[in-house]
Design a protein around this ligand. Sequence first.
Ligand code: PEP
Length: 260
Amino acid sequence: MIAPTGKTKRRRVIAGNWKMYKTQADTRAFFSAFLPLVDGVTDCDIVVAPPFTDIPAAVEAAKGTAVAISGQNVYWEKEGAFTGEISAGMLVEAGCRYTLIGHSERRQFFGDTDDTVLKKTKAALAAGLTPIVCVGEKLADYQAGNTEHICQTQFLGSSNSLTPEEFSRILLAYEPVWAIGTGHTATPEIASAVHKFLRSCAAARFSESLAANLRILYGGSVKPDNIKGLMAQEELDGVLVGGASLDPKSFASIVKDWPR
Ligand code: PEP
């Protein structure tokens, strides 16, 4: 949506990644506490990514609310002898509308590469999911001044590419690995500068207008006490929250307590 000032107004997204936490009973308890706290919030997209086994409980609990459910990973084939994997169609059938792809923990521990991230992204889009594609540099790369190079390569370095139409339907999450689960949040200024850089890469690869509409989330130790400063940055279109999304009160506060 292009605002009359000429500035692009992008709808904000607050997404929670539960990683490998919570049982189905925990999931139901979370939503019983969380949903009343965010009732009436209509000016941002709210997404929760539980473990696969909790998805049906989460979908059932969030039915009829503004909260959408996401997978944490997806495989690119539709079906087959791929033990332990879940297809995009399976996520859709279970009621998901989003999926995380290329989270740094998947890249570090489970072999995700820029090429597999691209294949997963295309498969998710083909099934109608909104991919939240994650990029971010490790501490050594940050300290060596390689943030832009690493993020650009993870984002657009694959030998293949998204089409402009596919690109228009993804969300990007900038998650510096040194900030994930460490309590060391990137300053709002650092995050904003990287978002700006990624947007410029998108403009060069696709077009100014597609880049202007790309929503880029920041992730890495986002908490109720730093959400205001982060979201005050025009370049931050939302956040991807790990640890602080596990508690209904703290996640609700992140959803609600930032400058509109
Ligand atoms: C994440 O898992 O994507 C994340 C950002 O974790 P945390 O908020 O705990 O740093």
